[in-house]
Design a protein around this ligand. Structure first.
Ligand code: GLN
Length: 494
């Protein structure tokens, strides 16, 4: 291969320059990433399927556009897409037996935008079934492994997208985040990922888990790459009434400006005491404090803040997400959508219930049951209504906190990656791995995770949370940190 293998490990900026200066073509790059991905996938299981034909056709098209002088953005840059997002004419499984043979009849709006932006789609990445999980162990197709050490989980639910980027099987990927599914795997795999402000990105054509919490977002080694993807997929969509018509800023330009104008200086960073309490691995705590001191050293001020309702976020999240999923997943009954039992049945109800029992995995069934219970008459007020009220209080906590600080920092996850099987028998332990990320989704805020070092020989993620619509601030601060600490950007399996 003529391609300079270093390019597979390049930063967003280096890759952009190589494409713009025609040092490499999109087709060469796409072929090289496909080749590397297929080789590593036997071990890592990061992709459920590849979309070679589409990727190569898109790459040829991108090369034509580049030849005509078009530049920038993600034009010609290959991307991996979580297998929860529809790509027309290709399988979309949601990592479930239920959708094992489902072919997408149309493109999700984010995919339409990726196509317009000229990013070749390499394939569909692995996840926890219907995005429910924190370790990828709930995938019907077997778990993805963490490229830093394959005895460990990559995080979830977007574990395939995280591992693919960490192992440089793709320079960019898309994940979804309902309660932490972009940020937690980004942390455990040592990369950057951002969950945008709710409403920033269209959910049309994304298999729904919990509609009031789900957001699609980018995962990439660095903040600039994430900014470039976010810029391409954001904006109002007529197909999604919750997408907002606010003008999409140029996230890449803003992040670069943030560094040039040294906006770290004077930035007030809030450290919530609830994010540094019991349950946090002291080794993670140490790396996080060091990262905060990098910001301090560059002129930021650190203030102590409180998010007093944080202790209720786990219960609130699981009532709301289970309630919404019990409704969203009602369509998979073997008639309208999804796997149909081959067993002989005598009535419709039996057909529905057998198909659902066979098609859904254990975690999905657990949540559908929980959600149905929480929404049932007699319990609705005690659970769903209470959880909705708590959601307002959690939002208010953040509103108050942002009067004192410009952004909030803390650990993304209480621990580094854990071993396969370590938490899978204990739902509470598993749920606790998202304890710092859940409240962001309940409040609709933007949240970013980036690698800031290593503990227990595994990556540690710093989480940054910003006020509504200030996704640019998170990307700017992350880019500033990464400019100061470029060694935190290296990938696994080099
Ligand atoms: N791990 C959390 C859950 O299991 C969050 C998942 C997500 O963000 N999709 O629900």
């Amino acid at each position: 291969m003529s391609l300079n293998a270093q390019l597979l490990h390049a930063s967003y900026k280096e890759l952009r320059t190589a494409l713009d200066e025609k040092e490499v073509s999109s087709i060469e790059l796409t072929q090289a990433f496909l080749e590397r991905s297929k080789k590593l996938n036997t071990d890592l299981n990061a992709y459920i399927s590849f979309t070679d034909d589409l990727a190569l056709e898109q790459a040829r098209e991108a090369d034509k556009r580049i030849a005509q002088g078009e530049k920038g953005g993600i034009l010609g840059m290959p991307i991996a897409v979580k297998d929860l997002i529809l790509v027309k004419d290709y399988k979309c499984t949601a990592a479930s037996k239920m959708l094992e043979s489902f072919t997408a009849p149309y493109d999700a709006s984010v995919v339409t935008r990726l196509k317009q932006a000229g990013a070749p789609i390499l394939g569909k990445t692995n996840l926890d079934e219907f995005a429910m999980g924190s370790s990828n162990e709930n995938s019907y197709f077997g778990a993805t492994k963490n490229p830093w050490d394959t005895a460990y989980v990559p995080g979830g639910s977007s574990g395939g997208s995280g591992a693919a980027v960490a192992a440089r099987m793709a320079p960019l990927s898309l994940g979804t985040d309902t309660g932490g599914s972009i940020r937690q795997p980004a942390a455990l795999c040592g990369i950057t990922g951002i969950k945008p402000t709710y409403g920033r990105v269209s959910r049309y054509g994304v298999v729904a888990f919990a509609s009031s919490l789900d957001q699609v977002g980018p995962m990439c080694a660095d903040a600039l790459g994430s900014a470039a993807v976010l810029e391409s997929i954001s904006g109002h969509d007529v197909h999604d009434a919750t997408s907002v018509s606010a003008k999409v800023p140029s996230f890449v330009a803003l992040a670069e400006k943030f560094v040039v104008e040294n906006k770290i200086k004077g930035l007030r960073i809030g450290l919530p005491k609830e994010f540094f309490s019991e349950g946090l691995d002291p080794a993670v705590d140490k790396v996080i404090k060091e990262a905060v001191s990098v910001f301090k050293g560059a002129g930021a001020t650190v203030v102590d803040i409180e998010l007093p309702h944080t202790k209720y976020s786990l219960a609130t999240y699981y009532i709301i997400c289970s309630s919404e999923c019990s409704s969203n997943l009602a369509r998979y009954d073997g008639i309208h959508y999804g796997h149909r039992t081959s067993k002989k049945t005598t009535n419709l109800e039996e057909l529905y219930s057998l198909s659902r029992r066979e098609g859904f995995g254990e975690e999905v069934r657990l949540r559908v049951l929980l959600g149905t219970f929480a929404l049932s008459s007699g319990y609705y007020d005690a659970y769903y209504r209470k959880a909705s009220q708590m959601r307002t209080l959690l939002r208010d906590d953040f509103k108050k906190a942002f009067e004192k600080c410009d952004l909030i920092a803390g650990p993304t996850s209480p621990t580094t990656a854990f071993k396969f099987g370590e938490k899978s028998g204990n739902p509470i332990q598993m749920y606790l791995s998202d304890v710092y990320t859940l409240s962001t989704n309940l409040a609709g805020l933007p949240g970013l995770s980036m690698n800031v070092g290593y503990a227990n020989k595994l990556p540690v993620g710093l989480q940054l949370l910003g006020p509504w619509w200030r996704d640019d601030l998170l990307l700017g601060a992350a880019h500033a940190y990464q400019t100061l600490q470029p060694e935190t950007l290296k990938g696994a399996m080099l």
